[in-house]
Write a protein of this length. Structure first.
Length: 280
């Protein structure tokens, strides 16, 4: 029997996570995650993201790709590595001085919801044809990913309504902090060496586009100006159109080949496609 992994081609997750706009969605999710003071403190105090600007995004992207397109064993192994790291790392709450465990359920839930809500919202706004029913199905499917990092799937939002209720409930805990400002600056200008400043300038419009794709309430908490809505819409659609113009054999090979390996394992019908999505 072939191993489709945790999701498989007949899931919304399989189709949505292959969209090129996922890269912008991933950056957008980091801006959102930074608004939780304890979660962002844990990242700033434990991560080398300023010294390794591509490492955090690549590691997160690789984890999402492995759990989506890898075998069951590969997904579970990747999740075990994440859980092992979360079990041992600690941080300090800058306001109260109390210890923060990275495996606290409320922090894991925040990171999960910030990620999957950003993935769905940004990719959908870029033109991915996701119906309301498919959006609910996606959030329900992503409970499997939440379970991988140690959460009780029954306690994780599994529909658009539940996700909206979660963000309404958690918003009083969110605020702009020195740590969120650090993340904001980093995601706009990730490379510190002077000789990479031209790269920063070329990347800056994309970094700010990802920020501008945040929900309005999140932008208000950050307190930073954003592109106007028509500019955001044009930017997201343009980015997606450019990505889709790249041949599949190239787009699915770089920077990782998880999709191509899944197709080799399961057959050509496993290749993500809008046609498959339309029948889900």
């Amino acid at each position: 029997m072939r191993d489709e992994g945790l999701f498989g081609p007949q899931t919304v997750t399989w189709q949505l996570h292959a969209d090129p706009t996922m890269w912008l969605a991933g950056v957008c999710s980091l801006y959102l995650q930074a608004l939780h003071p304890r979660a962002v403190a844990a990242v700033v105090q434990n991560s080398r993201f300023q010294d390794d600007p591509l490492g955090r995004l690549m590691r997160t992207g690789n984890f999402v790709a492995t759990t989506t397109y890898g075998t069951t064993t590969e997904a579970e192994s990747a999740a075990e590595r994440v859980r092992r790291v979360h079990r041992v790392l600690r941080a300090v709450d800058r306001r109260t001085g109390t210890e923060i465990r990275l495996d606290e359920p409320d922090l894991l839930t925040w990171v999960h919801c910030a990620e999957v809500a950003s993935f769905a919202s940004v990719v959908r706004r870029a033109g991915f044809p996701l119906t309301d029913a498919q959006l609910d199905r996606y959030f329900d499917e992503q409970r499997r990913a939440a379970e991988l990092v140690g959460l009780d799937p029954a306690e994780v939002p599994g529909s658009s309504r539940e996700m909206a209720e979660y963000f309404t409930r958690v918003q009083p805990e969110l605020r702009r902090t020195a740590d969120s400002d650090l993340v904001y600056r980093f995601l706009h200008r990730p490379f510190a060496p002077w000789w990479l400043q031209p790269v920063n300038l070329g990347y800056l419009p994309l970094g700010h586009l990802a920020y501008s794709a945040l929900p309005g309430w999140a932008r208000r908490l950050h307190g930073r100006p954003a592109y106007l809505a028509p500019v955001v819409a044009a930017g997201l659609h343009g980015f997606r159109a450019f990505g889709l113009a790249v041949p599949d054999r190239v787009r699915y090979r770089y920077p990782s080949d998880h999709v191509l390996r899944a197709v080799q394992r399961l057959g050509h019908t496993a290749l993500p496609s809008i046609q498959t999505l339309a029948h889900l």
